[in-house]
Write a new protein. Structure first.
Length: 582
């Protein structure tokens, strides 16, 4: 567990390192950094320049956090730069809302691009000129085949592709057709520009890939200036080169595209040739990482929006109460690998607990209240008891006053009328310790005569046991939390759980069938202690014996709303211990 004394100061609004606080020096090692260090050592590069290139067609998710931490982290570690560049080449799916959300997420994680914010659309002019350059060199041609014909004629993994009947057009013919495409002379989908590479290549990506397509769609930055748009594989590598990127770091699914990345840069007159390096993307159990699937959840109303605290989006995690430090810690723990693997969500939850354990104040909250009346306590009397926010280290955040009165609320689960042998909480005739207060004994149970439901407990306290053991030496094993009925705040508590009920959603059936129907249980009439009346949205607490919670933006004066960040039960520690014992 990290030492809070050595941790950098943070901005409470963003959880990012505060101005002037660089944080403890960390030098992670992995195969990408080994490549970079060799390039610096050999003199191939005098500096390091990376980029983070999101497509503004959705909100970023936890998988993007790994890429953000890697690209910006490498730039920070080696004194280089990292650009933020939007891959905005598909205007039909892009929105300014996503641009704003991406920037908020990157900043929340603790990184900044300074004045290096770019868009692929910045390069639409140069990209068009490079396309003409390929045409003039006889390395690109306009194809009149339909998308389906192109797909069929591309061949299979065991059969070579079939050349387009338009493949041998002259450069002059292709240049004329391409310029007419640009001028809007042809309908959408009627023609494309393809690279002229090798229809028999064992790598299907290299079988004359499409470079441009006709698409009349309003672009959020360029408006209607263009009716043809470049493909990602053509745009990305040239954008890297124009920005002077040294190392283009991307996820493993782009490994098969690397030959095309290099081919384009080898055949156009760009100023440099960045090196593409692939790493394994984050695959997390009980989670989906597909933007398409996440968008479907939002559009179908299966979640409350992109920032629903059950969502793996960075906006959702932030609203849930996850800190940027915990997310960076998780990304550091999982490391950077060359092969895809599945990361257990329990490790992520373990990182949350490790981080929150150092920052979340301990308070008392009763989620499912059961009323307790202390019959030997004077009516109208109120004691203000001292309770430490961090019981193991009281000076860390000091104390608050907790009111104690004749009528309390305890957790319904902390009482059983007929308890099993190892139940050490409250039962008829049995004593428990009230946290920060007295020993409490249940004298009798009050039930609803119509339903038989327990509605109230009549109890007594030992007035000589305030924060101390009884003088007669009797043993009390259980300690429970409570709140004063007259002073507690009514709160809505949302018990956030995993959005999916299986480890690999969608692997065996439609992913929607794997949704967890209990992913959020709403408790509208919970009670929390009075000290939380001054809490602010986003503030995090440990509800003692229950879990870590954050105050939600839906809170209103007198009616706070809390989301559960993570429970107290650390299953990862158990898994790790079992693995170590093998």
């Amino acid at each position: 567990m990290s030492d809070p004394k050595s941790a950098p100061k943070t901005d409470p609004r963003t959880d990012a390192p505060a101005a002037g606080e660089a944080g403890p020096e960390q030098k992670p090692r992995d195969f990408i950094r080994e490549v970079i260090e060799e390039d610096l050592r050999s003199g191939k590069h005098a500096r390091v320049a990376t980029r983070f290139p999101p497509e503004p067609n959705g909100y970023l998710h936890i998988g993007h956090a790994k890429s953000i931490c890697l690209n910006f982290g490498i730039a920070r570690q080696y004194g280089g730069t990292c650009n933020l560049r939007y891959d905005d080449t598909n205007p039909s799916k892009e929105d300014v809302e996503y641009v704003d959300a991406i920037e908020a997420d990157v900043r929340w994680l603790g990184f900044d691009w300074d004045d290096r914010k770019y868009y692929a659309s910045n390069y639409f002019g140069p990209l068009y000129q490079f396309a003409e350059e390929l045409i003039q060199k006889g390395l690109a041609y306009v194809d009149d085949q339909s998308a389906e014909e192109i797909r069929v004629n591309r061949g299979t993994l065991t059969q070579p592709g079939k050349p387009s009947p338009h493949r041998d057009r002259t450069p002059a013919e292709n240049l004329d057709l391409f310029r007419r495409m640009r001028a809007g002379e042809f309908p959408d989908g009627s023609r494309v520009l393809r690279a002229k590479i090798d229809m028999a290549s064992p790598n299907i990506v290299m079988r004359d890939p499409t470079l441009y397509r006709i698409r009349r769609a309003h672009h959020h930055r360029t408006g209607d200036a263009w009716c043809i748009y470049p493909m990602y594989d053509f745009t990305h590598c040239i954008s890297d080169a124009l920005e002077g990127i040294t190392h283009s770091i991307c996820t493993l699914e782009f490994e098969i595209n690397r030959p095309l990345y290099d081919w384009v840069l080898d055949h156009v007159s760009v100023p440099c040739h960045p090196r593409q390096i692939e790493f394994a993307r984050l695959n997390l159990t009980y989670t989906v990482m597909s933007k398409r699937k996440l968008l479907q959840l939002v559009q179908d109303g299966l979640v409350r929006g992109w920032d629903d605290p059950r969502m793996p989006t960075l906006a959702g995690l932030r609203r849930r109460g996850v800190t940027a430090e915990a997310l960076r810690l998780f990304c550091e723990r999982i490391g950077v690998a060359k092969r895809d693997s599945q990361v257990e969500v329990e490790l992520f939850e373990h990182c949350l607990r490790e981080d929150l354990n150092t920052r979340a104040r301990r308070v008392m909250a009763v989620l499912r209240p059961l009323k307790v009346v202390i019959e030997n306590y004077p009516e109208g009397q109120v004691e203000e008891l001292d309770a430490a926010y961090f019981p193991d280290d009281p000076p860390k955040m000091g104390y608050r006053k907790v009111p104690f009165s004749r009528e309390l609320y305890i957790e319904r689960d902390d009482f059983m009328e007929e308890p099993p042998k190892k139940f050490f909480r409250l039962a008829p005739g049995r004593e428990v310790r009230l946290r920060w207060a007295y020993l409490l004994k249940c004298e009798r149970v009050v039930k609803d005569p119509a339903t038989g439901e327990i509605v109230e407990l009549r109890c007594s306290i030992d007035p000589h046991t305030l924060n101390q053991n009884p003088a007669d030496g009797r043993k009390v094993k259980g300690t429970i939390h409570w709140v004063s009925a007259a002073h507690a705040l009514e709160a809505e508590v949302r018990l956030v759980d995993r959005l999916f009920k299986v480890e690999r959603p969608g692997e065996e059936r439609d992913f929607l069938q794997d949704l967890n129907p209990a992913s959020m249980e709403v408790l509208p009439a919970a009670r929390v202690e009075r000290s939380l009346s001054e809490a602010a949205a986003g503030e995090r607490f440990q509800f003692e014996r229950v879990g870590f919670f954050a105050m939600d933006a839906d809170s209103r004066p007198g009616k706070p709303v809390f989301n559960r960040i993570v429970s107290l039960k650390d299953s990862w520690a158990r898994i790790a211990k079992a693995e170590a014992g093998k």
